[in-house]
Design a protein around this ligand. Sequence first.
Ligand SMILES: NC(=O)c1ccc[n+]([C@@H]2O[C@H](COP(=O)([O-])OP(=O)(O)OC[C@H]3O[C@@H](n4cnc5c(N)ncnc54)[C@H](OP(=O)(O)O)[C@@H]3O)[C@@H](O)[C@H]2O)c1
Length: 229
Amino acid sequence: MLTTTNWIEPRKGRPFITLTYTQSLDGSIAARPSTALALSGAAALTFTHHLRAMHDAILVGIGTVLTNNPALTVRYVPGVNPRPVILDSLLNCPPTARFLDVTRRPIVATTRRADVVRQRELEALGAQILYLPAERENAARVNLHALLAHLHAESISSLMVEGGARVITSFLRARLVDRIVITIVPTLVGGVRGVTDLLSDTQHFPRLRNAAIEKLGDDWIAAGEIVWD
Ligand SMILES: NC(=O)c1ccc[n+]([C@@H]2O[C@H](COP(=O)([O-])OP(=O)(O)OC[C@H]3O[C@@H](n4cnc5c(N)ncnc54)[C@H](OP(=O)(O)O)[C@@H]3O)[C@@H](O)[C@H]2O)c1
């Protein structure tokens, strides 16, 4: 299962999407809202960097940028860093964000409600500010379909979505996940759940096809293709 050959299959009009995150045995991805929690062991972390290296781009929400300040690189393995993509409707991204690297042409996807001064500041640091329509369901947030169409037009054929909780749930609710890879750490946290509120107007839940689970160091990696009933 951890052999990732032929993992990514072309999708029409959008990139192939792998959703990946790390959770405790009880489904927590953080202990409290807006706090960082290092969960993965070294082997699982290295595996995650292998996954990153397989994808053209990597996406996180502004909540994760403000909390964890991730570099979104593949520094534990040889390979090419994926292009960072950030969901940030108001351009709250600070100029100190570690993913801001002019050579990686990071994309900050935002809406017309964003601050123009911050736009110029981030552009000066190498970010491409992408103005997109808002979601129909939640007008405060970036429309994922519009974003994916843009990434496809930029020849980004694979996208790794790494969190946090709101972003994970948004992609699942929009049925925009092709494969899921969850690192499960043998600990109990009782904190913030990675997946919340998948019930909208439907009783159909995502299932894993060709699901597999493997031990990696002290952790498990659970993975499969996503299908809806
Ligand atoms: N264990 C793990 O694998 C892992 C991985 C990543 C993060 N985390 C944890 O997750 C937590 C952060 O999660 P979070 O839920 O607070 O933040 P998040 O999911 O990283 O970012 C959510 C924010 O992104 C913006 N956004 C814009 N368009 C969106 C859309 N269509 N769908 C969803 N979000 C959109 C919204 O802010 P605006 O309205 O301001 O744009 C939204 O509040 C932290 O505690 C972090 O440590 C854990």
